[in-house]
Design a protein around this ligand. Sequence first.
Ligand code: ADP
Ligand code: MG
Ligand code: MG
Length: 247
Amino acid sequence: MLQITDLHATVADKPILKGLSLQINAGEVHAIMGPNGAGKSTTGYVLGGRPGYEVTGGSVTFNGQDLLELEPHERAAAGLFLGFQYPVEIPGVSFVQFLREAANAQRKGRGEEPLSGGEFLKLAREKAGLLKMDMDMLKRPVNVGFSGGEKKRAEMVQMGILDPKLAILDETDSGLDIDALRVVGDGINTIMRKPDKAVLLITHYQRLLDTVTPDFVHVLAGGRIVRTGGPELALQLEEEGYEAVAA
Ligand code: ADP
Ligand code: MG
Ligand code: MG
């Protein structure tokens, strides 16, 4: 599904990714762990096509397509979802409006007709129900006054509606209490643990991996993958630290 080969990228002319290679197949959950400043978020931003993150070498294919050739909205239409640590607040726009626009932008990118209001509400209700989110919450302005857990539940509903092939979640577990962490873990399992989907979890800590068991754990250090293992590698990192394990 995703093939990253010898990826090099710079931020503000500073080389950050220095030969990152990674293959993710459908049905797999991968975790990238690593010390602060290793280039974890940079990896997510490069895959999402964020301006300012310049690819200077290597290639990325997504379901056979050259991902790096695509605009960010085209990547979303192709089935890529990016979740980030700090959800934005959008006063004056309800979550329902926001989600409907996101869903229809994705459909437009695929050459599909937009959903009618009724069709969209049916879809939103189904996904909200699946994730145990109260529809009334979705009528409120995007993330304004939401608790950490509510923001995450809303993000999971968004992911459910967009129904991506590949979800890349960068430190989506950071700063969450146990209940919110469970929401995220259950959400990922409910929406993304399917044979035709894949997940890339970028995380500093292993606790989310107690709920979402990864098939592969990678250690990113110095802009490249320095070690790959199974779920036990995350536990070992937690116990022994990055220096001991990644050196
Ligand atoms: P991680 O997510 O693993 O903590 P990042 O990918 O955020 O690491 O950052 C990797 C490196 O890139 C760090 O040294 C960071 O200071 C640098 N960096 C990230 N964003 C910028 C930026 N916008 N301008 C300059 N340097 C940046
Ligand atoms: Mg960081
Ligand atoms: Mg980061």
